[in-house]
Design a protein around this ligand. Structure first.
Ligand code: SAM
Length: 287
């Protein structure tokens, strides 16, 4: 391990794999999305969060739906043809490569995860897709990802890349996440994008309390991670980048995930939980 790599610590550095007695982030997320690839210990985390936030599944859906809209934007408007999807999760409907390659069949996607179950499912899904690869690495060790031979073989870092950290950085519980992201951003060519969605503490009296309760449950659950960061904390994850305006007529900003270029008008109020997920897309300046 290099000196740079050894400075980052997070509980999810040790993947739990197929151990049914330990909750895994990927399986817990699958349980939140209503999937079938999870064990009782993973569903227990979901049930515990539901006790303090009955609409807990919205945390996962806000995140996933943002991912789909952001990838569509990045290919269609951003002209991006290379994706580094950090913390891909278990394959579900509308994975990054499916959304991207529907618009641009030649778009390359490298998924990175450290959960062996995710890698096994991913490789099975991709047997016949030459433009998509799964890599096993620790996304909280940027050099492990950036120097991975498979990553370097499939992505050209001289050309723009979209780096996705969707639903991942809240599992990095230490305070130096900005430095971690800076390492990634330094490796990207100008014109590259970073897309992030993250558990959010909106700092309003009502939702701050909910965010704190959910964080407490996640951190003390068998999964052991899930930080709800404030906007100021999230801003540190995009050093030197230009934020893309999150909607028509809006100033560049980090916004609630559901409010980032929604697919259409919102006809119902956001749930309490939807108020606790934030997202941003930002670009590395060209000149
Ligand atoms: N990005 C997907 C999405 O938004 O739908 C999945 C998000 S899921 C909540 C987080 C994923 O990050 C899981 O699959 C988990 O295994 C992965 N993950 C967590 N910590 C990781 C680490 N240190 N290295 C690699 N992957 C990690």
């Amino acid at each position: 391990m290099t000196k740079a790599a050894s400075q980052y610590e997070a509980p999810s550095r040790v993947p739990v794999g197929v151990d049914p007695t330990r909750a895994s982030i990927a399986r817990v997320y699958d349980a939140f999305l209503g999937g079938k690839d999870n064990y009782a210990i993973d569903r227990e985390v979901f049930e515990r969060v539901k006790k303090v936030a009955p609409e807990a599944q919205d945390l996962a859906w806000s995140n996933r739906n943002f991912l789909i809209r952001a990838v569509r934007f990045l290919v269609d408007q951003g002209g991006i043809r290379q994706f580094l999807d950090c913390g891909s999760g278990l394959p579900t409907a509308e994975n990054t490569h499916q959304v991207a390659q529907r618009i641009a069949p030649e778009a390359r996607v490298v998924y990175v995860d450290n959960d062996p179950v995710v890698i096994a499912h991913g490789n099975a899904l991709l047997e016949e897709n030459d433009y998509t690869n799964f890599v096993s690495a620790d996304i909280f060790q940027p050099q492990q990802v950036l120097q991975n031979p498979e990553v370097c073989r499939h992505l050209n870092f001289d050309e723009p890349i979209a780096l996705l950290q969707v639903g991942t950085l809240h599992h990095y519980t230490a305070d130096n996440g900005g430095e971690l992201m800076r390492e990634y951003i330094e490796a990207l060519a100008p014109g590259s994008f970073v897309a992030i969605s993250h558990f959010y503490n909106p700092e309003t009296p009502e939702h701050q309390a909910l965010a704190t309760r959910m964080e407490d449950v996640f951190i003390h659950s068998p999964m052991g991670s899930g930080r709800f960061r404030t906007k100021a904390e999230l801003m540190k994850f995009i050093p030197g980048l230009e934020i893309i305006p999150p909607g028509p007529g809006l100033e560049p900003d980090i916004v609630l995930s559901d409010l980032w270029w929604p697919d259409g008008p919102l006809l119902r109020p956001l749930s309490q939980v939807e108020e606790c997920s934030a997202a941003v897309v930002a670009r590395k300046p060209i000149g």
